[in-house]
Design a protein around this ligand. Structure first.
Ligand SMILES: *Cc1c(COP(=O)(O)O)cnc(C)c1O
Length: 390
């Protein structure tokens, strides 16, 4: 079921929904590895691709298909493939679209594991990645080579919430026939739809806001049909596909995505504004604050500042750890995208495998703390950080 005229919140609840012969109102979980054919000739027709239909759940599964169709509708994309995690969405995109000898330009400020994938693993397979600044777009132009196939960016970035001008970057990419990949995990389509600004491919870690309650791992790639096809071929052959159960959890997650993201954003803006007034804080990073250097750009492509707030406490690692360890309510975990607020020290967790020099270059100091603001009452969150006001 789909109707392109529907508004976002209707799509989030209705798009992609399929009803079985039992007439269920809530989407069903199809826990089956394979599908039965009417006859040998039907089996042959399915395998030959002459008749649409399910064959095996590594290829397609109705619950997964519903999730894919719904997410594609929300991002404004033609097609979507779901994966076992956010990392396998990134890997599948590269395996589908690049070959040995190709080159990728990526922002230095991307998810730590993505950096590891790009710099350690892809290299062994003959793919070269150049890392450049998220905000200085001339560096992307300068890094481009004849064999550059993809630009890869996250906006806003983790943990410093720097913002890339998606439109401007897509223009640079398209002049050279390069595809722009945006990891849209931090905003989700409820806050930002990069395809509208010229991006070609959207990556998701569904593990984060699409689930929204910290239960399942999953990922997705959204793009036009032609771009998705080789990515799908890689997935069905190599197998890092999404399970039907996880797809069902994510389908339910999409239904409340936009009200959750609005509520996360409201709490985050409130907390960021409060942090700015605390005497023991040096600096707050949040795109929704007027003090953010790219506040205007951020709000020209995002609906809100999002849910991630980072800040530097006066002092160094000792003071940052002291604050984190003084909390009783906020969970000390590096995950994000949960209704439960989480707090982490990026320099010794998410970015611990980045060398101290690279960390310094990226501006991730030892006194930096990141909070993924959840949906608890804001007054309780402030009270949990009260060691700051002492
Ligand atoms: C978590 C995350 C990923 C990886 O997703 P997994 O589901 O953990 O594999 C990729 N990109 C960003 C921005 C993330 O936050």
């Amino acid at each position: 079921m789909n109707n392109n005229a529907w508004k976002f919140d209707t799509q989030a609840i209705r798009a992609g929904s399929l009803q079985s012969e039992f007439g269920e109102n809530s989407e069903a979980i199809f826990l089956t590895s394979s599908y039965v054919f009417d006859s040998s000739s039907q089996a042959a027709a399915r395998f030959a691709g002459n008749e649409p239909g399910n064959i095996y759940s590594r290829f397609t599964n109705p619950t997964v298909t519903m999730f894919q169709d719904r997410l594609a509708a929300l991002e404004g994309g033609e097609a979507c493939v779901a994966t076992s995690s956010g990392m396998s969405a990134i890997l599948a995109t590269i395996m589908g679209l690049c070959s040995a000898g190709d080159h990728i330009v990526a922002s230095r400020s991307i998810f730590g594991t993505t950096v590891q994938l790009f710099s350690n693993i892809l290299k062994r397979w003959g793919l070269e990645v150049t890392f450049v600044s998220l905000t200085h777009l001339h560096e992307w132009e300068d890094a481009t080579q004849k064999n550059t196939k993809l630009f890869f960016v996250e906006t806003p970035s983790n943990p410093l919430t720097e913002v890339t001008d998606i439109k401007a970057l897509s223009i640079i990419a398209h002049q050279k026939d390069i595809k722009l990949v945006v990891d849209n995990c931090f905003c989700s389509p409820a806050l930002q739809k990069p395809l509208l600004f010229g991006a070609d491919i959207i990556i998701h870690s569904a593990t984060k806001y699409i689930d929204g309650q910290g239960r399942c791992l999953g990922g997705a790639v959204v793009a036009d049909k032609k771009t998705i096809e080789p990515i799908y071929q890689f997935l069905r052959t190599a197998g890092p596909t999404m399970s039907a159960f996880n797809a069902w959890v994510f389908l339910k997650g999409l239904e409340t995505l936009s009200i959750r993201m609005d509520a996360h954003s409201k709490n985050a803006l409130d907390l960021a504004s409060w942090l700015e007034t605390q005497p023991q804080i040096d600096r707050v990073y949040y795109p929704g604050l007027a003090s953010h250097p790219q506040h205007k750009l951020a709000l020209s492509q995002q609906k809100t500042g999002g849910a991630i707030v980072s800040f530097e406490v006066k002092g160094g690692q000792k003071e940052a750890w002291g604050l984190i360890d003084s909390t009783r309510l906020i969970s000390i975990t590096a995950n994000l995208g949960d209704v439960k607020s989480t707090i982490t020290h990026p320099a010794t967790t998410t970015h611990s495998r980045v060398s101290p020099e690279e960390r310094q270059k990226a501006g991730i100091k030892d006194n930096l703390v990141r909070i993924a603001v959840g949906l608890e009452d804001i007054e309780d969150l402030k009270a949990d950080l009260s060691s700051l006001s002492r």
